[in-house]
Design a protein around this ligand. Structure first.
Ligand code: ZN
Length: 457
């Protein structure tokens, strides 16, 4: 296998999962054990309870002679920060970022969701993939750097933050606002958000996320006179809310081609062909107006749309009671360059002046992270021996946006080549990471970090 593989040749594609598992200085057993124990600490958000998990990471770092600090937000949410300075440092730094919190496990799991059980060649539990597995891989890569020594040209910061799953207000966003001094000299961030294409255990491409859609979450409240449901209440709070939401949902969907969609569809067209290639050709020919008429694979339209999703409606007082208040939550996801002020004004008009609107979460525009950056180039060097490395645009949201908003490039990268069927556990039930893929991911991250940090033995 050639050392570098920047073209998308068959030779590259055959490289796939053939590289031996972890060569790091830590043993595979030790690293898998950390993941099991990390999952066993329940950090369901809300309430989060991240302190026990950050203390756990701090104890491992301390044993290895790496000092760390735990910062608590005003609401008592804990995030851990450790900076491994290069000899003769400080030098330009990378932040290896992951979030400590997880979403609620829900019911009907095959295993206890916080057991961290090792079963059927997988480690099971909430957070195995989103995203404690990444956190442990980052930890192992940092410890490897420390244990094996060598000269380095970069500082490495390990950052484990609270509250990502609820918007990051008590985690990454708070830390950047309250402690900007921690990020002096940071030239970029490596975070969750990467999405690799794996088909039947074969890695097709590595997807490095460089830009994402922006959340705009609203709470809409209608008020009216309450009473007995046997009376006549045509203008009840609930009726006003339903009518406003109906007007909003009838808003025509406007497909729009952004630079981000062009980049992502270009990637899919080149590597996968088929429908993506057809769509991309249309875009390039300037026929974007045809997009709404095209049959698209599920999941693709969101890359051309500002989406509006009503996610919650509440007014429960009983079937025979007219509630004086009705509330809806709306989750909107905006394209990277949408004018959020103009869209919000349109939404207000459609909902009607009777309804009260509160913005729960919003994200300003942020530039896409460049591909000629040392982090992206090091990822290409470390990964392209096995499969092409391509930039992607995701419809989800990560803490990367807080860094991009401050002009710090951030990259979403998953070092794990995991089959799509194993990804279904994310935010669902039976979340598990195959141990083999996990350990190879640890090795991928270790290799990237040594290249990026310019380690010379
Ligand atoms: Zn996550």
């Amino acid at each position: 296998m050639s050392a570098r593989c920047l073209s998308f040749s068959l030779v590259c594609w055959l490289g796939i999962l053939q590289v031996p598992p972890a060569q790091a200085s830590e043993s595979a057993e030790e690293i898998v054990g950390w993941l099991q124990e990390y999952i066993q600490i329940d950090t369901t958000n809300p309430p989060g309870g991240e302190r026990a998990a950050t203390d756990y990471l701090a104890a491992i770092l301390e044993r290895e002679g790496i000092a760390s600090r735990v910062f608590e937000s005003p609401e008592g949410r804990a995030s851990l920060y450790a900076r491994l300075e290069a000899p003769g440092g400080p030098r330009p730094a990378i932040v290896l970022l992951h979030h400590v919190d997880v979403v609620a496990a829900g019911d009907d799991w095959a295993v206890e969701p916080f057991s961290g059980r090792r079963w059927r060649d997988k480690v099971w539990g909430r957070g195995a993939l989103d995203v404690k597995g990444l956190g442990i891989a980052q930890l192992a890569a940092v410890l490897d750097l420390k244990r094996t020594g060598g000269t380095r040209g970069r500082d490495v910061i390990l950052l484990a933050v609270a509250d990502e799953e609820a918007g990051g207000g008590q985690g990454a966003r708070w830390l950047l606002e309250a402690h900007p001094e921690l990020f002096e000299g940071v030239e970029g961030v490596l975070n969750e958000g990467g999405s690799n294409r794996v088909l039947n255990d074969r890695l097709i491409w590595w997807g490095i996320e460089v830009t994402q859609k922006r959340p705009l979450w609203l709470r809409v409240t209608a008020s009216g006179r309450g009473g007995h449901a046997s009376g006549l209440h045509p203008h009840s709070a609930t009726h006003k809310l339903v009518a406003g939401l109906a007007r909003l949902l009838e808003r025509p969907m406007t497909f729009r081609v952004t630079d981000a969609a062009r980049m992502y569809l270009g990637t899919l067209a080149r590597l996968e062909g088929g429908r993506a290639e057809e769509i991309y050709r249309l875009i390039e020919a300037g026929d974007g107006d045809e997009l709404p008429n095209l049959p698209m694979a599920p999941g693709l339209p969101v890359y051309f749309l500002d989406t509006i999703q009503v996610t919650e409606i509440r007014n429960a007082r009983g079937s025979n009671v007219v509630s004086p208040e009705a509330v809806a939550n709306i989750d909107m996801r905006l394209l990277p360059d949408t004018d959020s002020g103009a869209l919000l004004a349109e939404v207000r008009e459609l909902l009607g002046e009777d309804l009260e609107i509160e913005v729960l979460l919003e994200a300003p525009e942020a530039p896409a992270s460049p591909r000629d950056h040392p982090i992206y180039l090091a990822l290409e060097e470390a990964l392209s021996v096995r499969a092409p490395v391509v930039p992607t645009f995701i419809s989800g949201t990560t803490d990367s946006r807080f860094f991009r908003q401050r002009g710090i490039p951030a990259y979403g990268f998953s070092p794990f080549g995991v089959n799509a069927r194993d990804m279904h556990g994310i935010h669902g039930k039976d979340e598990a990471v195959p141990i083999d893929a996990f350990l190879r991911g640890v090795e991928n991250l270790r290799r990237f970090l040594r290249i990026y940090a310019g380690v010379t033995d």
